[in-house]
Ligand binder design. Sequence first.
Ligand code: C2E
Ligand code: MG
Length: 607
Amino acid sequence: METDCKSNTYAVLDSARLPIAVMEGEDKILRYVNSAFSTLMCKSVEEIIGIPFAQLMPDDEICLLLLDEVYRSGKCETHAQQLNAQSHPLYWSYEIWPTYGDSRDGTKPVGLVLQVIETGSLHRQTALMNEALLLSAVRHHELMEEAETLNGKLEAEIRERQRAESEIEQLAYYDVLTDLPNRRLLLDRVHHAVLTCRRTMRHGAILFLDLDRFKTVNDTRGHQLGDLLLQQVAQRLKHSVRAGDTVARLGGDEFVIMLEDLNEDAAEANEQAEKIGAKVLASLEHPYLLEEHRHYCTGSIGITLFGKSQESVDGLLKQADLAQYRAKAAGGQTIRFFDPQMQAKAIARATLDVDLRFAIQKEQFMLHYQPQVDSNRYLRGVKALLRWKHPQRGLLLPSDFILYAEEHGLIESIGLWIVDTACRQLMAWSRKPETSHLTIAINISSREFGHPEFVTRVLSILDETGVNPNRLILEFTERVMFGSLEETLVKMSALKACGLSFALDDFGMGFSSLTCLKSLPISQVKIDRSFVCDILTNHSDAVIASAILGLAQNLGLSVVAEGVETEEQYAFLATHGCRIFQGFFFGAPQPMEHLLLDCRKIGSPFS
Ligand code: C2E
Ligand code: MG
């Protein structure tokens, strides 16, 4: 058991890395050494066992003395040499402690154990290992650093390449002075836009712009200021169009604007392009500040549309350029179209616009009045119809200008003039007993009605003129409902409360006429001329006309038949319950003096 225990202990010591020696008795006879100890002594275990320690290391006096000391005192000793552990081969540090036998009486040790805790070679191994670890750590660090530097370099290289690429792209596709797309990019974009337009059936437009008298800027103020002007022009052009549109510089003072997604209808698209062109020209008119110089500059624009046509991209640019030359030839600061027809229309529109704006001031408008008679052919009132005594074009009908006036915000002032004129006529009539009962019906366009101040303006005219509101009938088409129904109702109710009444014009022509009748305070409907004209020959027209009459009767509305041209039409309508008639059979629209001449017979039947 004891041997087992001992041999177990020795087995553990055998595998220990530190050298250990066990000795016995006063003579310190070596009884056990582990393999680390035998390696340290450069002797085999067999050579060592059984000899006294002093024989193994006769010259190590310190160690021999310490062994004696421990054996004598029973106290452990540690020895660490002051030599440089790394460089001295014989360097060793050790601990010695006593062993006591089993029957230990606590007085005297029976032997000693010496355990080496450090030697020169062990120290070197550790040092080497530490060094290796340190080196690998350093290396790791270095590697990390290297990787970082490498990454940094790579990133910089990529950035540089990207920068170079975008610089190349910028140079290839953009104008250096203004940063706008250059001719190359423009051609590409026009090409795509042309294809898109063919697919979507919508239109696009090329606006070719050239600055007026740009050369004089360069000549008088120098090229540097010329460049500054071009840069400022580029900015203004960019701000006058939508983000999706292209503004390009071809070189010199030539710019091109490409518009996309314009109306499907060529005339509409043309008008859109013209409007944008006008906006662009207006944006150029403001003064430029070139360093400390104030400078004025205008431009000329040539426009061509593209859409379904198979015109090439180059062809389109040439067309717009040609139109631009014509704009220059016309004195500059203007727009010209490539298409002569479009050109004529654009000029007509522009002229119409200017003329219309002055027509009211110059008293060029007048009202013609068409009689409205009852079933006994007595005059009940008149329908007022607008005419324009154009100084050059003669007497113009509403179809020549009313739509334009509606679309360009001019109808409001014209409409007020009509209300005012009709009221003055009513006032004149009111003074004579034979005419004081007559009514006047006037057309009110839905645009005009939609104006927020329509009601107040009409009421203030009524107030000013002192007219009896019962004598004024406002005629609308169902388009009046296209705005908010609630708002329409509020406005109509306000006017009705003051005594005005409403007639629904063109009844049966649209889809929502019945909704109008149901929702709005209307007291009269007008059967449109298109039903009346074929009432005797076309069965459906006859059915529709009599249905309207029946419906109106049931709803307590009066009906006016429009466009009555013959005795037979009148007779048919009268037999089906119509009570008021308007049409050439009773009289065409005419100036008041003619009507009155005709109406010497007021009080006697018409026609
Ligand atoms: P509307 O209000 O339905 O006017 C009736 C139109 O039919 C008038 O044409 C009139 O001259 C024409 N007419 C009347 N009786 C006959 C007939 O027996 N046979 C034929 N063939 N035609 C007849 P006009 O004066 O050219 O006006 C056309 C339209 O222009 C008007 O239709 C109305 O929508 C608009 N308009 C006329 N005056 C004004 C106005 O003062 N303001 C507004 N907003 N629109 C107006
Ligand atoms: Mg009508």
